[in-house]
Design a protein around this ligand. Structure first.
Ligand code: CA
Length: 516
């Protein structure tokens, strides 16, 4: 590992850069350009490349990430106390479709082994997912799952897993409030995720507000193999259930029918265009936008070139780059949909007396990210360079391909849950501070932003993008490595670390509507 003092400047014209060296650099460290540090600067934190006058813009990614609150000398540590955050860009008079990249050359010849579904979608795993209408049934279903795993799953070797779609919604909620559509359609669309093979099975209590027919109305499961069949529901309050054991037996009986059908499925060779990859970041640091996210962005372009779908999300982390997004929209209608989602989220935050600045965490700041503007510029790089070809509101299901902005909160679990509802069959997740994040419904490939994290969490991180900062690999090389790994994981040839250890975070529904 190179030990000479190193910094990374993202764009020519930036007046700050970040320190690359592990452990940071002491005062007096001299860079190859001749600049010396006036004080200690931690790894990933910013140093001033030139003298910056009080009130002048501080530029990173070619963007104003703040205004200097005092004179800052070249070689000084530029931390959050020295920066005033710029106001959020107004949603009026946004540029529309003025920066649409020319179509990227197609990338042919890549395929994976997946499970083709009746509606044409493709799963990367073969999982029985049991939908719940209300939290009340969770305890009973958890015990039923234990029995299913021991008594039934070994009889159906082609089925990867059985999971509960458990959540806190379903009763005690204002179910007729306009925004209740978000948690309800999220749950509906997750039940139809490609990794569940079109098998829909519901466990309901009986008296809850979210009745099974409201969750999955007739017609909503017509895309599945159960065409024309009635919705399969086990209601715990049914008169036939005399005691707890009978409820468990009923759930097992129902599960057996679905497991039998899932067990008949076989992987087949399908084009890479069937991938639906959700990209996300969490526990970000200043390297997220330098190493891991740019490599994900390169991989996003490869996927879009191969005809696949990439979902990028996290509204508060792209809000400050809204003009880049509307500029990249393929059509004016898509630009307007992006603006509409941002306006909805601004109003949602305002209702709670918050704004986008509520996003950054103590860990982000310790990792060198001063504010949400800086974080957003590093986050949006995950979306690559392709034109944005679609927009989904929270909980909506995909109906087109290409690069899609799926509007979600940045919360890791809520974002992952909403991307599952959109139809995600693979997930890429970048982290700088480190998180063991995983989902039961879909493989999660985790990418470390720094060598030190990749070394320390050697059995949790699937890709080490830290090699970009240390000069051992290029953004393109790591992007290709991710692309190949996606195909291997999608095919079941490789498992992610989170799969290997069975690390599964909860589904968390986004419910902006009132609780009663
Ligand atoms: Ca996140």
């Amino acid at each position: 590992m190179n030990t000479e003092p190193l910094y990374i400047q993202m764009r020519v014209g930036d007046n700050v850069a970040i320190v690359v060296n592990e452990g940071g650099l002491p005062a007096g460290s001299r860079f190859a350009c001749g600049l010396s540090l006036l004080e200690r600067v931690p790894q990933g934190h910013k140093l001033a490349l030139v003298d910056i006058k009080a009130g002048a813009p501080v530029l990173r990614y070619g963007v104003r990430i703040g205004l200097a609150l005092q004179d800052i000398r070249a070689g000084a540590w530029v931390h959050e106390q020295l920066l005033a955050m710029p106001a959020a860009r107004s949603l009026d008079e946004l540029p529309i479709c003025n920066a649409v990249a020319p179509a990227l050359p197609p990338l042919d010849g890549y395929s994976f082994e997946g499970y083709r579904n009746a509606d044409g979608s493709v799963g990367t795993r073969n999982i029985l997912a049991i939908t719940t209408t209300v939290q009340c049934v969770a305890g009973v279903l958890e015990q039923a799952l234990k029995r299913i795993k021991v008594e039934l799953l070994p009889l159906y070797p082609n089925v990867d897993d059985v999971i509960a779609l458990e959540h806190g919604y379903g009763c005690g909620v204002a179910i007729d409030a306009p925004d209740a559509i978000i948690p309800i359609r999220t749950l509906r669309n997750i039940s139809l995720n490609p990794n569940f093979g079109g098998e829909v099975m519901v466990v309901s209590l009986g008296c809850e507000k979210l009745q099974p027919e409201r969750l999955l109305p007739p017609g909503s499961i017509a895309i599945t193999d159960q065409r024309d069949a009635e919705l399969d529901v086990v209601r715990l309050q049914d008169d036939a259930h005399i005691g707890y054991q009978v409820m468990l037996d009923a759930i097992l009986r129902s599960a057996r029918t679905h497991l039998e059908r899932l067990n008949l499925r076989r992987r087949e060779t399908v084009p890479a265009s069937e991938l639906v990859v959700g990209v996300q970041c969490g526990g970000s640091d200043a390297f997220s936008g330098v190493t891991a996210n740019p490599a994900v962005g390169f991989c996003t372009d490869l996927l879009v070139r191969a005809g696949a779908t990439v979902l990028f999300s996290e509204v508060t982390e792209v809000r400050d780059a809204v003009d880049q997004l509307t500029g990249r929209a393929a059509t004016p209608a898509i630009a307007e949909a992006i603006r509409r989602e941002m306006a909805w989220y601004d109003a949602y935050l305002q209702r709670g007396s918050a704004d986008r600045s509520a996003n950054t965490t103590p860990g982000n700041k310790a990792g060198g990210l001063s504010n949400i503007v800086e974080k957003a510029m590093g986050s949006i790089i995950k979306s690559g360079t392709a034109p944005i070809s679609g927009v989904l509101s929270p909980g909506e299901k995909l109906s087109s391909r290409g690069l899609i902005f799926a509007a979600t909160p940045a919360s890791d679990f809520i974002c992952g849950t909403l991307q599952l509802a959109a139809g995600m069959n693979l997930h890429i997740f970048t982290t700088g501070r480190g998180t063991p994040y995983g989902l039961a419904a879909c493989p999660v490939i985790k990418v470390a932003t720094r060598n030190e994290l990749a070394r320390r969490w050697h059995d949790l991180m699937d890709v080490n993008a830290g090699r970009i900062a240390s000069g051992e690999a290029s953004i393109e090389e790591i992007g290709w490595e991710m692309f190949q790994l996606l195909l291997d994981v999608a095919s079941g040839r490789k498992k992610t670390w989170a799969e290997q250890w069975g690390l599964h975070n909860a589904l968390v529904l986004f419910n902006p509507a009132p609780i009663t």
